[in-house]
Design a protein around this ligand. Structure first.
Ligand SMILES: *Cc1c(COP(=O)(O)O)cnc(C)c1O
Length: 441
């Protein structure tokens, strides 16, 4: 391992090449082409196993569901399920992959703030663990679709506790003005409980709260758990409703650049358990069955995107500042996070080590957008040139899953590496694939 940012089985070869899962990055690029998502299979499996071990034990075990929107292929679903995790899906498309992977419906939870009739029907048909619902409107729809089929739908209500956490800051008052959740503060959540309890085709299993992503400490969870526990106590007192299940969501952070320092898995698990037990006890309620649903933390660090460098340009930004622009053969179509969230990444040459001076640089793609930036700000050597291979680390979460065909660029292949062997998980798209759906082509 090079450091915590890179996959667990990444190392430098004596000649400077990068080795991933025992495979030389140069050979992978030659065999599969670039851009290429290279997934360290044992990295994913070991992180999933660590979450399982850290959360699912003791007096108040947490079940762990993998939030599959981060990165989902049939193989990835099987790896995480093999480590004992359930799966969260948010669409019928994600559900189809989870089912194809052989995950039993009982270990799948369906999210989504606007599920289609077909998605609700599929969830009921396959006996999913629960549908997480966050509107009165959809709650009524789930009830009526279940009624048509003579079923009772298992439902969890997604609460808005008024907390939003990102990395270091947890904002504990604002953030009611967004599309997710049923607000505790405005009374919408209590209304949903009443509606659910009054609907014979809804089985209200409990509550759900997801406060954000890239969270490095437990502060935001603490505020949310406090408010949710008070709400549960209120529902028990005023409605006689005792929630069976509580999901604290995902959002556990990972390091992308030097200096990122999230709590480690075991410590976060320990703190979350302590917080829930304490908050439930002071609210005077029993601790419900617990779960969490990390996405990024399971897959984020496992994957490296390999690009080939093309054009290198020195841009005179001001009288005394030049920035080196390094253009690669992908861009915002395979990694939208920099443009969308101003995300930071770490990158390094993968075909060699350079001893040339490192200068302020920016890695950009080949799309027709000035915002087409992969790595906004990093140091790269002055001798980077066309044909070099560039590896961008930590691209396992929300890169391939958010990939597009902007500029009619075929989406990259996804390969798994393990113990010196590689195999294709998702083959590279071709221009023919893209034309195949064009009815005039
Ligand atoms: C996205 C999401 C997650 C996973 O978030 P990560 O930051 O990838 O851990 C979990 N739960 C819900 C409801 C989500 O929307």
């Amino acid at each position: 391992m090079i450091d915590a940012i890179w996959p667990r089985h990444a190392e430098r070869l004596p000649d400077g090449g990068l080795r991933l899962g025992g495979c030389d990055a140069r050979s992978l690029a030659a065999q599969y082409g670039t851009p290429l998502f290279v997934v360290d299979e044992l990295d994913v499996r070991s992180r999933a196993a660590e979450y399982k071990a850290a959360y699912d034990h003791g007096d108040h075990p947490f079940e762990v569901f993998y939030a599959s929107k981060a990165f989902l292929t049939v193989a990835i679903a099987r790896w995480v399920h093999g480590a004992g995790l359930g799966i969260d899906v948010a669409t019928g498309g994600e559900l189809a992959v989870a089912l194809r992977a052989g995950i039993p419906g009982e270990q799948i939870v369906m999210h989504g703030n606007n599920k289609s009739r077909a998605e609700i029907e599929a969830a009921l048909e396959h006996g999913l663990r629960a549908l997480v619902c966050d509107s009165l409107d959809e709650l009524a729809r789930i009830g009526s679709i279940a009624a048509e089929r003579g079923l009772v739908a298992p439902v969890m209500l997604r609460l808005t506790a008024g907390v939003e956490a990102h990395t270091h800051e947890a904002i504990a008052t604002a953030h009611e003005d967004q599309k997710f959740g049923l607000s505790i503060a405005t009374g919408m959540a209590a209304k949903a409980v009443d509606q659910a309890l009054g609907d014979p085709h809804i089985d209200l299993r409990g509550f759900h709260s997801h406060i954000g992503s890239q969270i490095f400490d437990a502060d935001g969870f603490e505020i949310a758990a406090h408010r949710v526990a008070l709400f549960m106590a209120d529902m028990a007192r005023t409605r006689g409703y005792v929630a069976d299940a509580l999901d604290l969501g995902g959002g556990m952070g990972i390091p992308y650049v030097d200096g990122d320092d999230p709590l480690d898995v075991a410590e976060m698990a320990h703190r979350l358990r302590a917080i829930v037990v304490r908050e439930c006890s002071s609210a005077g309620i029993a601790v419900p069955r617990l779960s969490v649903e990390p996405g990024r933390a399971i897959v984020g660090s496992s994957t490296v995107t390999l690009y080939e460098v093309g054009v290198v340009k020195q841009v005179q930004v001001s009288d005394d500042f030049v920035r080196q622009y390094v253009a690669v053969d992908g861009g915002m179509s395979d990694n939208i996070r920099t443009a969308l969230y101003n995300a930071d990444y770490t990158a390094a040459l993968a075909n060699r080590v350079s001893h040339a001076t490192a200068v302020p640089s920016r890695v950009v793609g080949k799309h027709c957008e000035s915002g087409d930036i992969v790595v906004n700000n990093l140091q790269l050597p002055t001798d980077v040139r066309a044909g070099d291979l560039l590896a961008v680390a930590t691209t396992g979460a929300y890169c391939w899953s958010m990939a597009s065909n902007y500029n009619n660029l075929p989406r990259p292949a996804v390969i798994a590496v393990r113990d010196g062997a590689s195999r294709v998980l998702i083959r590279r798209e071709t221009a023919e694939d893209l034309l195949a759906r064009d009815q005039d082509a």
